[in-house]
Write a new protein. Structure first.
Ligand code: UDP
Length: 323
């Protein structure tokens, strides 16, 4: 297939592009490089520097790509930032997303796989979180992704654009070639690994008084290659659907630090800090639906394995992509 990938120069996009190219698909990447990196663009893909907010440029790029399907990764994705700058999230994720659907309709592209998030669920009434739970976001990031999920339904019903929305839990790890490099790094695992690399003195633990076994937040970390596999399956699925994607296991912030110490062999200094606004205590996925309907099963179930792949990438790229 010919696939048009927004945000293909970002962390998750770059690994998914790599895996799609390995499977014989043709890829055009559309990215404004605000978060992504030029050197995270797989050289086998075509690249268009563009912004979702520029509708005419987007339509030109999409029709030029002759795409059969779209994969939509381009978005702002930081909970904390969304709590101080909601406009950025609604403008880029909602208005940008609407342009993409408009462009797809105009160009006759009838399939989209969307990077959604567990943040659309807010603080869930129970875990694991399955697709039947109410979506009540507690930050503008989650709200902006939920708004796009809602738009998908109507573009399907009215214009026949089939969609698969994948609600990622916490993406982590790396492929051999592509890994996680955010210009402003707020994510836990890369920040812990920066301490192991000697680039930071300590890592903050945000909140030690949550109602969890060790008082720190619990998240479901999923290997980026397992996420990529889910995208490939979603591409082949005919039906519109929304799926939660995680391993079903929960790892606390302190457990992540301990795993990083095991994997790197370094002692990680931590500093206990107050809670970070917008963080729910526990987010764990039930991925039963995607397992049942698309046959997806995560290969990487152990947190040490996930962190080993991230560590290997960071050791090889101590300054990330360097741009
Ligand atoms: N976290 C932390 N220290 C950091 C970064 C994150 O304690 O330097 C915590 C954060 O509060 C959350 C968990 O680690 O409970 C995962 O955060 P991350 O930003 O990696 O992903 P999110 O769950 O926000 O998507």
């Amino acid at each position: 297939m010919r696939i048009f990938v927004t945000g293909g120069a970002g962390y998750i996009g770059s690994v998914c592009v790599e895996q799609m190219l390995n499977s014989g698909h043709e890829v055009t990447i559309f990215d404004n490089l605000s978060e992504g990196h030029r050197s995270a663009v797989d050289p086998r893909a075509s690249f268009v520097l563009g912004d979702l907010k520029d509708l005419s440029g987007l339509v030109a790029a999409l029709s030029g790509a002759g795409a059969d399907a779209v994969m939509h990764f381009a978005a702002n994705a930081l909970v904390g930032e969304s709590m101080t700058n909601p406009t950025k999230y609604f403008r880029n994720n909602v208005t940008g997303g609407m342009h993409l659907l408009e462009a797809m309709h105009e160009c006759g592209v009838r399939k989209i796989v969307f990077s959604s998030t567990c943040a659309t669920f807010g603080t869930p009434e129970r875990v694991p979180i399955d697709e039947t739970l109410p979506q009540l976001p507690i930050n503008p990031y989650g709200e902006s992704k939920l708004m796009f999920e809602k738009m998908l339904r109507w573009y399907d019903e009215i214009h026949g654009i089939r969609y698969v929305a994948l609600r990622y839990f916490n993406a982590a790890g790396a492929s051999e070639r592509f890994g996680e490099d955010h210009r402003i790094e707020t994510h836990l695992i890369p920040n812990v690994l920066k301490v192991a690399l000697g680039q930071k003195d300590e890592v903050s633990i945000f909140g030690t008084d949550y109602e969890t076994p060790d008082g720190t937040c619990v998240r479901d970390y999923i290997h980026i290659l397992d996420l990529a596999q889910a995208h490939m399956l979603a591409l082949g699925s005919e039906r519109s659907a929304k799926y939660n994607l995680g391993t079903g296991g929960g790892t606390s912030v302190r457990e992540i630090v301990a795993s990083c110490e095991r994997v790197t062999g370094k002692k990680i200094k931590v500093s206990e800090q107050p809670r970070r606004p917008g963080d729910p205590a526990r987010l764990i996925a039930s991925s039963d639906r995607i397992h049942r309907e698309l046959g997806w099963t995560p290969k990487y179930q152990s947190i040490d394995q996930i962190i080993e792949s991230a560590w290997a990438w960071h050791v090889k790229h101590p300054n990330g992509y360097g741009d």
